[in-house]
Design a protein around this ligand. Structure first.
Ligand code: SF4
Length: 533
């Protein structure tokens, strides 16, 4: 049995490889990105038959993976938690399918919002879809659970959601590799009724899904991923942990004189009998979980009121942010760990900012000059490095909601009477979900200018290749129906400033949809190119 030192994300990738993965699709998003990156490296060095591709967005990735499963092969899809909102339509509907080749969806949540707009908890999606969720507590489990997830998916004919969190995804540990399973042969599913969600078929599929609940519940009760340790000598308090909280609780437990009964939950749907057995052993249950109070709320629904449940809902555990060892200690009535004295030094505040020489700086300078000529200009923006245009000295953008909203919000603002309205979006984000908004705008005949800040890369998540190159984006925009004379390109460099201002000024006054593509590569792409020679 070989050992490797891997990030949690890489452990998922290695688990998938060892489970006989044929194809992986994903959309880059911190903290999930390293899964596909590891697979791409594996393909380069070890197995050129493996396919590991970035897609336009999470929905296209998920749908492609479903088709891989339909052909009998094992497929992995990766995304961050907010990406699952984009893939939700496909994910929810695929649960009605009779999954053929194993289909595993690895979603990395970001409690603490280190690099995200919200903290949503993907366990709700698995529950919503009525399928299995596995939540590893460490990197070894991330490896093993990925392998098990493929087995469960094929055995139960369900897509399985593997929920990761930032700390697991982005920290390293030694992984013991297990057996390597061969890939599935091409073996298309024969029964079209399993793959066609027509209402008369869906009704039956949905009924079958419901009938399967007791099977999932039984697996959950018996699963080693939900270990229950009872201590009859402590009738006061019992503990439930999920995910990473297990490790912090175990550290704290060493300092408890009378150890509470403890249930750790990693396999959902939840093991109701084990929960009742635990709660029957004590007057009070403390739930330590990362993310939303998912287990805690469930407990309130099934336990008698006489059992006191403490957790996020009554602030025994903070409702926002990551779980820490000290949070666990405090919940268990222990003192926080002693910390080394940190010398008091006044540090200057350093908000995140665009790199020196970033092309977006010059785009914003030109845009601000034009917008400054109007009383109430609106600049809607999107997710990417250019969102940093919110900060001084740029102060260039007025909104950022989600991927693609720069375009659709620009439309809404224009129809509400705003002028001028400029939507700012990146090249990768435009391909993700910007195109559909552009089609809406064209259909409505809005007076809006869309600026696509094309830096030739998906920069913010670590330089993944954009799906369509710069020349292709111009064709996509024209193909959507933007009048060719109002598809303009600029080069955001100081020496072109006056010319760029003139172009933006002309286009914001155009009575229709115009698109300005600011073409200049991210400085890190340029550096990399020079380094290669
Ligand atoms: S990574 Fe590239 S695109 Fe992002 S801020 Fe830096 S230079 Fe600009």
């Amino acid at each position: 049995m070989s050992e490797m030192v891997l990030l949690g994300d890489e452990a998922v990738a290695q688990g998938a490889i060892d489970a006989g993965l044929s194809i992986a699709y994903g959309y880059p998003g911190t903290p999930s990105t390293e899964i596909v990156e590891y697979l791409q490296e594996w393909k380069r060095k070890e197995d050129e038959s493996l396919i590991a591709s970035w897609c336009s967005n999470e929905k296209t990735a998920y749908e492609a993976a479903v088709a891989v499963s339909m052909m009998g092969k094992r497929a992995l899809v990766t995304m961050k938690h907010v990406g699952l909102n984009v893939a939700a339509d496909a994910f929810m509907n695929s649960v009605g399918y009779t999954i053929h080749g194993g289909l595993v969806l690895a979603v990395a949540d970001d409690p603490g919002m280190h690099s995200s707009q919200n903290e949503q908890d993907s366990r709700y999606y698995a529950d919503f879809a009525r399928t299995i969720c596995l939540e590893p507590r460490n990197q070894q489990e991330a490896y093993e659970m990925t392998k098990d997830a493929f087995e469960l998916s094929e055995k139960l004919h369900l897509p399985v959601l593997l929920k990761l969190t930032t700390r697991i995804s982005h920290s390293r540990a030694v992984i013991k590799r297990g057996e390597v399973r061969p890939k599935n042969e091409f073996n298309p599913s024969k029964d079209r009724s399993h793959w066609t969600n027509l209402p008369f078929l869906s009704r039956q599929n949905y009924e079958d899904l419901w009938q399967q609940r007791p099977v999932l519940a039984e697996i959950s009760e018996k699963s080693d991923y939900n270990p229950l340790i009872l201590n009859g000598n402590n009738r006061d308090v019992a503990v439930i942990t999920t995910g990473l909280a297990y490790n912090y609780y175990k550290e704290a437990e060493r300092d408890l004189e009378n150890k509470p009964s403890h249930l750790h939950i990693s396999f959902y749907p939840m093991p109701e009998d084990k929960i009742r057995e635990l709660a029957g052993s004590a007057k009070r249950v403390i739930v330590i979980e990362e993310g939303y109070p998912f287990v805690e709320r469930f407990l309130k629904g099934i336990l008698p009121q006489a059992v006191q449940v403490d957790g996020k809902l009554n602030d025994v555990i903070p409702h926002l942010g990551e779980i820490t060892p000290d949070i666990c200690r405090k919940a268990m009535g222990l003192e926080a760990f002693e910390k080394a004295e940190i010398p008091e030094i006044e540090m200057p505040g350093r908000p995140p900012q665009l790199c020196k020489g970033c092309p977006h700086t010059d785009s914003y300078k030109a845009l601000n000059e034009v917008m400054g000529e109007y009383e109430n200009p609106v600049v809607t923006s999107d997710i990417g490095c250019y969102t940093l245009g919110y900060f001084a000295p740029h102060n260039a953008i007025h909104s950022c909601l989600d991927m693609g909203a720069a375009v659709t919000m620009a439309r809404g603002a224009a129809e509400a009477g705003a002028h001028p309205v400029v939507g700012v979006i990146g090249d990768s984000t435009f391909m993700h979900t910007g195109i559909q908004g552009l089609v809406d705008m064209l259909s409505a005949g809005n007076k809006v200018t869309l600026m696509i800040l094309d830096n030739s890369i998906t920069a913010m998540t670590g330089m993944q290749q954009t799906i369509v190159e710069s020349s292709g984006i111009i064709n996509v925009v024209k193909g959507c129906g933007v009048s060719p004379e109002h598809v303009r390109t600029i080069i955001p460099l100081p020496k072109h400033h006056e010319e760029n201002v003139k172009i933006i000024r002309e286009e914001v006054e155009y009575n229709g949809v115009s698109v300005i593509i600011a073409q200049r590569a991210c400085i890190h792409v340029v550096k990399r190119k020079y380094a290669k020679g």
